[in-house]
Every structure is written in structure tokens, then in C-alpha cells.
Design a protein around this ligand. Sequence first.
Ligand code: NDP
Length: 270
Amino acid sequence: MSRVYTLDDLPMADFAVIGDPVRHSKSPAMHHAAYDALGLPYRYVAVHVAPGRVAEALERMREMGYRGVNVTVPHKAEALAWASQPDSLASRIGAANTLDLRTGRAWNTDAPGFMDTLADLGLRSPYRAVVLGAGGSARALVAALSDEAGVEVAVWNRTRDRAERMVQELAPGAQVLDRPDLTDADLVVNATSTGLSGIELDLDFASTPPDALAYDLAYGSEPTAFERQAASVGRRHTDGRGLLAAQGARAFEHWLGIPAPKAVMLRAIT
Ligand code: NDP
């Protein structure tokens, strides 16, 4: 685990991830693996920033010569508000996770990064996707999935109102489920924060096709409870490391304009 800095001891660096908490972020190790592989001289650090201080942090980093910043929970909306040139997807989702401090540009790389991982896993439309959750990451995924031709999207959230609002704003064609019904789902995504808590949602993976994919956004040293539920009836499953690498690779490419060494980045976090 790399050292975490604060606004009081900001080091000289080129790139950073900011969050609260940010201690467990694997982004510094992942980006340094990419720099090492390509012989690039950059430094990427993790910085703890409290809510309400994002704009101040970004301005200070910009003055110190930082080029780009990744943004994690809970700062993605504040980061979007700071940006002078947000891209249309980030504006629509209401969250930016990649900033160019020199230009004020901002992107959401979670949404396209997620779709990159589905392509890598061999999922091709048409298919039916059930997304569990309606928080920040679910918004990115639902926007991305609903933009894809041939993908039927259904959403379940513990708080139904929130799922309804999300669908209205981002994906009017998507269905809101009363319960987490997985019938005929080719893709089931766990975008709730139950991932690492061991909480088991009431999911019947046996009602999915045999080649369905169970995708948990969370990741840890062991498979999550959600992955174990899918595995117990023989369904293939994956955790959130692929997404972490894919969104990081897209951030790298926005900042540096050269192809990211994706396999190296994924290896650095597995
Ligand atoms: P948010 O806090 O924004 O949303 C949490 C969601 O989980 C809400 O939909 C909430 O429902 C639901 N939830 C919380 N507790 C329960 C429960 N006991 N039962 C059912 N639903 C519950 O979280 P994020 O969207 O930021 O993150 C979600 C997950 O995705 C986390 O595990 C996070 O680590 C992971 N993630 C991984 C990334 C990666 O790169 N791999 C990137 C981003 C996130 P309600 O609305 O009812 O409160």
C-alpha cells in the first residue's frame, strides 16, 4: 500500500487520485506499473481530501504542476462541478473521475471502461442486463449499457424511488424491478455496496442462462458473496479489478495521448 498524502503535505508529483477514504486505492501502483513498463518518468500519488475541499485541492495541485487527477468516492460530483470542460457523458451521469488540470477537461471513464471489460469478457449484444443498485457507479453503468444497441436493461435497488429517478434521468427505456429478478439475465451486475460486507442479496442465479456472467464491481482478496452465489450454480463470475484497470487505462490515455499498457495495469492489481 502506498503512502497517503493530505493537503497539508502535498508532494511534487504529476498525477494523483483523491478520495475519502483513499488509503486502499490501488491506482498509484497500477499507474506506476504502466510508467515503469513504458519508461515514463511520472509520479502518481494518493491524496486524502475531505468533502467540500475538492476545488481547493484541485487548484492547489494545478498550481504545483500536477497534470491530471483521478477522483474516487465521494468526490466525483464535486470534481464535475470544478471542471470547465466536462464531456457530455460525465455531465449526463453527474460524475467525473478523470480530470486534466491543465485544460479543465473532465471525463467519466467508469462507463466506457465497464463496456471495455464486457467486450474483453466476450459479451456481445443483444443481451439482457440486470443492474443491482442505483448509487454512483450504477449510474455510470446504466448510462453506458442503455446507450448500447441491443441491450435490454433492468434495474433493482433496495430503495425503489432512487432506481426510478435514475432510470428517468439516464435510461428511460430501462425497466425498474420490484425484486432482484434474474430471469433470463445474460449479465448481472452487483453495483451495490454489499460487495465486501458478506451480505447475501436474495438472488436466484439458477434462473439465468447457463452462460450468464455475474459481475461484482467490488473486489478483495477472496471472491465476494455475490460471486460465490453465482459460482454455486456454475455461473461464470468476475470482480471489479477489470473495471479498475479499464477506467485507469482510459484515464492514462486521456492524459498522455498514447496507448496504455492495459495488461501491465491489470497485472499490477491482481
Ligand atoms: P454508493 O454508495 O453510491 O451506492 C450504494 C448502493 O448500494 C445503493 O444502491 C444502495 O442502495 C445499495 N446498498 C447498500 N447497502 C445495501 C444492502 N444492504 N442491500 C442492498 N443494497 C444496498 O456506492 P458506489 O456506487 O460508489 O459503489 C458501489 C460498489 O461498487 C462498491 O462496492 C464499490 O467499491 C464498487 N466500485 C468499484 C469500482 C471499480 O473500479 N471496481 C468503481 C466504483 C465502485 P440504497 O439506494 O437503497 O441505499
